[in-house]
Design a protein around this ligand. Structure first.
Ligand code: GRF
Length: 239
């Protein structure tokens, strides 16, 4: 087993993946200390799971930040080190042809939220950032400030589909509606695109003709809880 790693976590909702990671850390299944759990959503149930496990928690209320940005963004409120042209050139979230004002609003409002996240995260010594059901896209502004060693990925995400099929917000729904006979989940490193980064691990399950969307989600989540700790172990073993 490699060195004990310090893992930061971000969540948005129920936190069942977070729970699986907490349990794996407690049982020795992964050689890791979870140093914080942050959320974009006040009251996310996963925050309670973290607190119960004695993990430091914080919230950056994305919805509130975006709402106030909609009233107008004063450039002096942006992070001092934010360079719109640089972030726009790096990002692969928007295809060409999307109106410039939309891209501008998105990247600026997210940079404000991401700066708030970074202010919390910087208080901790952290080897790996794990997105455990964090339902926000991260921009190059944030990614570059976590991945400070060139070529070395430090942000992991779990996606509810067998990438590169069905990126986006509803992987199990897309899998089900497409009539797939095999579903699955993917853990990957985060890069400048949406669900495009290098794949670390995948698990698949069969979808029966009688399965409902709920069945697909249930089968998928059970696979996620096995896969995420395995991928964190793989990371720490090579650390
Ligand atoms: C999971 O299905 C994950 O793949 C997706 O969001 C869901 C989070 O579930 N990104 P939970 O909060 O870990 O229970």
């Amino acid at each position: 087993m490699g060195k004990k790693i310090k893992v930061g976590t971000l969540i948005s909702g129920g936190g069942t993946n977070l729970q699986a990671i907490i349990d794996a850390a407690h049982s020795g299944g992964i050689n890791a200390d979870i140093v914080f759990t942050g959320s974009d959503t006040p009251g996310a149930k996963g925050l309670e799971r973290a607190q119960k496990a004695g993990i430091h928690t914080f919230v950056v209320d994305y919805a509130n930040i975006i709402r106030s940005c909609k009233k107008g963004i004063d450039d002096t409120d942006l992070p001092e080190d934010f360079d719109f042209e640089e972030i726009k050139a790096k990002q692969r979230l928007f295809k060409t042809g999307i109106p410039e004002n939309r891209v501008r609003f998105f990247l600026k409002s997210r940079a404000m939220a991401e700066k708030a996240l970074l202010d919390h995260i910087r208080e901790f010594d952290m080897d790996l950032l794990v997105l455990a059901g964090f339902m926000r896209v991260l921009t190059p502004y944030f990614i570059d400030r976590i991945n400070t060693v060139p070529g070395r990925h430090r942000i992991m995400n779990i996606h509810p589909a067998l990438l590169p099929s069905f990126p986006g917000t509803d992987g199990y729904g897309d899998t089900f509606r497409h009539g797939c006979k095999i579903g699955g989940c993917t853990v990957h490193f985060v890069d400048y695109g949406e669900d495009t980064g290098p794949i670390i691990g995948q698990k698949a399950f069969e979808i029966e003709d009688t399965d409902t969307l709920e069945d697909v989600k249930r089968k998928g989540l059970a696979k996620e809880w096995e896969l995420y700790p395995q991928c964190i172990r793989k990371f720490s073993d090579s650390f």
